[in-house]
Structures are given as C-alpha cells and as structure tokens.
Design a protein around this ligand. Structure first.
Ligand code: PDD
Length: 282
C-alpha cells in the first residue's frame, strides 16, 4: 500500500507524522472521503471544491494547487493499482509547537490514503439499518460549522458511541432546535406519500456530495423533492428513510428509536434511487 505523505510516496509502515502535528494535537485540519469506481474518481471536482472551501474557512493554506492535488490523487491511485476503493484525503495544519497558534505551523501536510472500504455489511444494505436518534447537537450558533469537513469529528464519534451502545448501525443528530440534521457520517432523506425530503444544510449538515447526486437523481427520475426541516416525528411516520454518504453510498433505514419504518426494509423509492445511483457511478 502506497501513501502520499507531504509530497512523497511512502509505504504504510513509513507513513508517519510528527507528534507535534496540529491535526493530531488539536484536530486542526480538514479531510475528504472520495470514492473510486472503475478507476474513476467519483465527483473529484465537487470534493476538491469542498476541500478548498473548508481550507479557506479555517485559513489553512493548502501547499498544492487544485491541479497538483488532482495529480497527487491520480498518482496515488495509480501506485496502489486500485480500480475500486476509497480515498481519505487529509490536510493538517502540520507540525508546530505545543501552542494552539496555527501561525507557528510553517507548512500544512497533505496525506492521501487509498483503501478498500465497506462501512456497512451486505445484509445492512439488503435489510436496511437500525438507527437511533441522539440529542447530540449540530450547528449550535457558536459551534464549528458542519459545512466545514474538519478533523474535529469528536461530535460525530460521540454520536457513533451512542449508536454502538444502543447496538445499532447509525445515529441521527438533531440541531439545537430539535430538527433532524444528519447521521454521524452521512446525510439523511425521508420519503412520505411519494415525496422525498432532506434537511437544508443550514439545519446543521455537511453539504454532502452523495446528497447532491441523489437530489439530482430525484429530479431526473421525476420524484418530487423538498429541502425542508423535519423532526423525529416525521422520521418515525415516514414511509421510507435512507442515509447517503461517500462511504455509506445509499443505505436504507428500517427502524428508528424502536419505530419500524414502512414495511421494515428498504423501500421501493430508496431501492430505485440506489439502483440508479449505481448506474451513474459505474
Ligand atoms: N463522511 N455528513 C457527515 C458528517 C459526513 O462525515 C459525511 C461523509 C457526509 C456525507 O457527505 P458525502 O456524500 O459528501 O460523502 C455527511 C465520510 C467521511 C464519508 O462518507 O466519506
């Protein structure tokens, strides 16, 4: 396995960062999860646009231009001989001193890891996930904006811990007003009477690229789509629920907080959207 580390291509064993790296010390950095399907980087421009936006928002100067970054991705994939896989692209503030001050980090570090990744089992895709809701808040006005895909994933990890403790596959995060925001590492959609709903990102969600692809698909397939806030009640009484994400792709939810969703398996519109999604990625 070959890792891109700060301009070098190194083996997994030699892929090491300094303990003074602020990405490690403070979560000071950003990342992207990107899929390779059939040797192609899916939605590369959308991912890199979001990466550079995240960087700008935290005043992190990425030492590679957009084109150089794209070349580094392509070369890392080539050296790993991957046709299908998952790319974790990380940009940390880089090594500095023990203080918080990012100006003490002379150079950001770019890391590109290519792996096979399946975060959910085959049966989870077939039968749908069980999920719980948590009151882990998103997008409290003074909190870190969820639109920045930063290395600060403790909020998400705490939500994942609650899903683990509940013995379920995923958890749904609410925002300070109690509106449904997203999953711990994916966006959420519900379907009611044939209409597809997803929260606007200002509710407290990452502007998911898979979310955008599914919204385009709804348009193309003639499904009515509404981007509007909804509550847990709407989730419980929905006919279908599913999550979307680069790692998750499109995965149905069969139960939330003990309430069976629809027939308790992947719904017909969810299944149709997943089938069509597979066609656009291959
Ligand atoms: N994340 N919301 C959160 C909090 C996420 O971490 C992710 C993706 C998404 C889905 O966004 P997209 O469709 O652009 O991947 C939503 C992990 C890292 C992933 O799926 O790669």
């Amino acid at each position: 396995q070959v890792i891109y580390l700060n301009g070098e291509y190194v083996s997994k064993e030699n892929a090491k960062i300094s303990v003074f790296d602020h990405g490690f010390l403070y979560g000071d950095g950003i990342f992207e999860g990107i899929r390779i399907y059939n040797g192609n980087i899916f939605k590369c421009k959308e991912h890199l646009d979001r990466l550079y936006d995240s960087a700008k928002s935290i005043m992190l100067d990425i030492p590679l231009s957009y084109t150089e970054m794209e070349q580094a991705l392509i070369e890392t994939i080539r050296r790993n001989e991957f046709r299908d896989g998952y790319i974790r692209l990380v940009v940390s503030r880089g090594p500095g001193n023990l203080g918080l001050d990012p100006t003490r980090c002379p150079k950001a570090w770019v890391i590109i890891i290519v792996e096979q990744l399946a975060i959910y089992s085959e049966e989870a895709y077939r039968d749908g996930l069980v999920s719980v809701s948590v009151v882990q808040r998103r997008n409290i006005p003074d909190a870190l904006n969820p639109k920045i895909k930063s290395l600060n994933y403790l909020n998400n990890i705490l939500v994942k811990i609650q899903a683990n403790l509940a013995g379920v596959g995923e958890a749904i995060m609410l925002n300070a007003q109690g509106y449904v925001a997203e999953g711990s590492s994916d966006n959420i959609f519900i379907i009611k009477k044939g209409v597809v709903y997803t929260p606007p990102c200002y509710i407290g969600a990452l502007e998911g690229i898979t979310r955008a692809a599914i919204m385009e698909l709804c348009d193309k397939l003639g499904y009515k789509l509404k981007e509007e806030p909804f509550t847990l009640h709407d989730v419980y009484v929905a006919d279908e629920v599913f999550f979307t994400g680069t790692a998750a792709e499109v995965i149905a939810v069969r139960e939330v907080d003990g309430r069976q969703i629809g027939a308790g398996k992947a719904g017909t519109i969810t299944t149709h959207l997943l089938e069509e999604f597979r066609k656009i990625v291959d």
